[in-house]
Design a protein around this ligand. Sequence first.
Ligand SMILES: Cc1ncc(COP(=O)(O)O)c(C=O)c1O
Length: 372
Amino acid sequence: MTAKRGPIPRQGILDIAPYVPGTSALPGAQPVIKLSSNETPFGPSPAAIEAYRAAASSLSFYPDGSARPVREALAKLYGLDADRIVCGAGSDELLNLIATAYLGPGDEAIYSEHGFLVYKIAILARGALPMVAPESDFTTNVDAILARITPRTRVVFIANPNNPTGTYLAFDEVKRLRAGLPERVLLVLDAAYAEYVRANDYEAGIELVATTHNTVMTRTFSKIYGLASLRLGWVYCPAEVAAALNRIRGPFNVSGPAIAAGVAALKDQASVQRSAGHNETWRARMAEALSELGLGVTPSAANFLLLHFPKGNGRSAQEADKFLHGRRIILRRVTEYGFPDALRLTIGTEDDNNTVLETLRAFMGKTGPARK
Ligand SMILES: Cc1ncc(COP(=O)(O)O)c(C=O)c1O
């Protein structure tokens, strides 16, 4: 029998390790506590759900091709120029469009050691070279990035705060990074978790995008707005970058229901503030209680915690994962991010947080009350 000779993907495509999302279900019908994907425990604003339902009556029509209602609502909320906002099917799509527009074979793009994995995939998919900058204390290191600049560097991707570490770079450091990068290098500030950050020295990116011509900021409706399934993200960028992205995006890349729900969600800033407040309280409580159990907890500015387990001795991250699954709790394994001994925990409802604490207390073999 002769071997089949089908179409062959471009060189390098089949060498890319596919992105593996966190476990989202377990065998069996009983409910699970899913704290593996940094989703909000509160769901979207009721106004967003209502707008989504209302959009069902116009499904036969193409949506606004540039998601104008969302761009205008964002422009109003943040005081931005709507023409410099581009929306996408999640910020994932925008990160990939940025890579398509600015990277090609032989170019280099830098991201940090434990950075969000979509960057590596987006870089490799364009035939470009991923350059990894080591971190210090699980935090993006500006000097390490600057040391990796070569004449072929075109893009630097930073998640701020980063997933899966939760650590962030203060605005002074981001400015120092921008100042040290050559003018031709596009700096991508991925601020997917910006709404959760309560630190005074943090700035998501709006100011740098406004004051430089080579910086962009990506944002998402998937996290605090609770619209992950609808796929809605946005990028605020210089007019020249918007002009490039608008040439290559799909002409209707954001759906009508996503536009409607996004606009309604933005109007409900009270929900956003409530969620951020809950997150701040519970992130601190969980970090303290989990540290008391003997786990290493990386300080986080986002809606999740990276938990470091002891190696072996029956208390490893792998064994914890199994133990938690047995009690129908799903956290995120983060081996592919360089953390074989850690799990990432999304902050949940009060009840779910307490259940996780009690379960991990039992796993670590500690006694005494775990409730906070
Ligand atoms: C740092 C970071 N950037 C971007 C995304 C992508 O979000 P979405 O495509 O849902 O907007 C995620 C999602 O986990 C993330 O953690």
